[in-house]
Design a binder for this molecule. Structure first.
Ligand code: GLA
Length: 381
């Protein structure tokens, strides 16, 4: 088993002048995460910041496997859902912790047209009995092995992940080169920087699909988590969870999180939108449409005191409260993940944008750069 700490690589890394490596604990450690059926080995990288906060990341699916954050007493718990082994991720996962793409979220009927040419994608999802393309298809970016390079820059541990998606892969046009940087800052912020380029026009919408439970994974439902969303509108959906193309104000509805509300307070409200999603599973239109990093969401968990802020450059956020979790996935601590035991805040462009002329475009063209970032920042009170 390989076990290399980045400290031993420091001398050869031009990114890491020796003077920036202080005597504190920030480090990156690499171990094996097992082998895929084709023999390729996946690694697990442990990023530890100067406060002892730890993120374990595998280059299979760019998955955040564990994320330990302090509660109000300084006690560390793992706040993301997931598995201990590669085999379990390969066997069955509802995208636990992964980067999803090439197009995160849904594309109606798996079809879209760019520059007069129509493309057909796998239809791997059928909410309400209506077929659509979800999260990149049968083998999306959550199910591929990324190349990875551990980093330690200004005493901040990080991981550079790269994947080259071939022209025609999962039906998408163009060779797409993707780089994702993860950074575990000493301000307890987990930062994700996305970069992609293409040689043919293609839709791109990357997101991070971690399921959070700020009590600690496996410790029950997330209904008591208190959520605030900096968003006064949603993109309402049909029974197939495809946007109708309209924008709906949240005021006076169970979707209004402009002031803090617990997730459980209105999740069972009699509302068509809520019925389609089986609870919250919708895209909110963020008030910040500048493309600059801004606070999008915050979640507070009263028993632990943990708070997570979500900052993003993206125009939307899918808030999904784990409605499809049904206890069939048994997590890291040996406990089944039941209904609504994790929540996702997936920063993104809006669902089905390739078929929605009213939505900001997701088409990336040759010569242009897809460049965006999102931060999940942790504290406790
Ligand atoms: C996303 C979708 C949900 C569901 C999950 C994965 O968040 O919006 O409808 O498909 O992924 O189970």
């Amino acid at each position: 088993m390989k076990n290399t700490t980045l400290r031993s690589l420091i001398a050869v890394s031009s990114l890491v002048p020796a003077t920036t490596v202080a005597a504190d604990t920030a480090s990156v450690t690499q171990t094996s995460f097992g082998r895929l059926r084709d023999g390729r080995e996946a690694s697990l990288y442990s990023l530890v910041n100067a406060n002892g906060m730890k993120a374990d990341v595998t280059n299979y699916g760019a998955i955040i496997v564990r994320l330990f954050t302090p509660d109000r007493a300084g006690r560390m718990d793992d706040v993301v859902l997931g598995y201990n082994t590669l085999e379990e991720y390969v066997a069955a996962t509802p995208y636990f912790g992964a980067i999803v793409g090439r197009y995160g979220n849904r594309i109606a009927k798996g079809k879209f047209t760019v520059d007069g040419q129509t493309y057909s994608l796998a239809t791997n999802n059928d909410p309400g009995g209506l077929l659509c393309h979800l999260h990149g298809g049968r083998v999306g970016f959550d199910k591929v092995l990324w190349s990875a390079e551990p980093l330690l820059v200004d005493n901040t541990p990080g991981l550079k992940l790269r994947y080259s998606s071939k022209d025609g892969e999962e039906g998408y046009p163009g060779n797409l080169d993707i780089t994702v940087h993860y950074w575990l800052g000493n301000d307890n912020a987990f930062k994700i920087e996305y970069l992609a380029t293409t040689d043919k026009a293609t839709p791109v919408n990357l997101t991070q699909h971690s399921y959070f439970n700020l009590k600690g994974e496996g410790r029950g439902d997330i209904l008591g988590h208190v959520l605030t969303l900096k968003a006064s509108r949603t993109t309402p959906v049909d029974a197939g969870l495809i946007p109708t193309g309209k924008f709906a104000p949240v005021a006076g509805t169970p979707f209004d999180f402009t002031t803090p509300h617990s997730i459980g307070e209105r999740v069972n409200a009699k509302d068509d939108q809520m019925k389609f999603g089986g609870g919250y599973d919708h895209n909110w239109v963020l008030d910040n449409q500048t493309g600059q990093l801004a606070l999008a969401a915050s979640v507070f968990e009263p028993s632990s005191g943990r708070t997570m802020e979500v900052w993003t450059q993206e125009p939307g956020i899918q808030f999904y409260c784990g409605n499809f979790l049904d206890g069939s996935n048994v997590g890291k601590s040996g406990r089944p993940y039941h209904h609504r035991t994790g929540l996702c805040l997936e920063t993104q462009h809006y669902p089905d944008s390739p078929n929605q002329p009213n939505f900001p475009s997701t088409v990336l063209r040759p010569g242009a750069k897809y460049q965006t970032s999102t931060i999940y920042k942790f504290s406790a009170k």
